[in-house]
Design a protein. Structure first.
Length: 197
């Protein structure tokens, strides 16, 4: 949750409702293992840790808590995204989290991380394929299905990582979701489907 909030606030200052809208727009329950109910507790932790601070915003309500990311928060989210992208044998949730915030890193660094993940996934596939061949005759059906699942997962991950590197490498601009646009205005004008509460 904290990475998601810091990433969103790195784009523009927002209050809690706007942050919730952005998380719903990104459908984070699909890929980030987070619940929207934890948003305000995470904001409190981030503020206590000096990763975000309150700011006033012209035209906003006086009781509205608007947050912006601090320099410490920017360093923290960049380090977290770099670490997340470089983890060995990470889950698909991790790569999705990385993709949602990779624009905070230099493009060359982000593409390098994707390339290392691709190399690692290929090595894992080679190992899994060798293990499957060596063990196939000695394991029950459930064991063979587990090995098949791992191999299929790795093949899909390799294909996806290669597509990520190609797509992000060809992207003309290196930018965040929504650029600097207000999430309220974006949702109102586009009527994009949001994730449920």
């Amino acid at each position: 949750m904290e990475i998601l909030l810091l990433t969103a606030l790195s784009r523009t200052p927002m209050h809690g409702y706007e942050l919730k809208l952005e998380l719903q727009y990104k459908h984070v329950r699909w890929w980030a293992k987070c619940e929207h109910g934890h948003l305000y507790a995470a904001l409190t932790r981030l503020e206590r840790g000096k990763y975000i601070r309150r700011v006033s915003r012209a035209g906003g309500r006086s009781n509205q808590r608007v947050f912006t990311i601090t320099a410490t928060g920017r360093r923290r989210v960049k380090a977290a995204i770099d670490e997340l992208g470089n983890q060995p044998d990470a889950t698909y949730f991790d790569i999705d989290m990385f993709l949602s915030a990779c624009h905070l890193l230099e493009r060359k660094s982000a593409l390098g991380i994707l390339d290392r993940r691709l190399t690692d996934a290929r090595a894992q596939l080679d190992e899994a394929t060798r293990t499957e061949k060596a063990m196939q005759a000695y394991v029950p059906a459930a064991g063979r299905l587990i090995m098949e699942h791992r191999i299929r997962y790795l093949r899909g991950e390799i294909e996806f990582l290669a597509r990520c590197a190609e797509t992000l490498g060809a992207q003309p601009e290196w930018e965040s979701f929504l650029r600097g646009q207000s999430i309220d205005e974006f949702v109102r004008t586009t009527k994009v489907p949001l994730e449920g509460p």
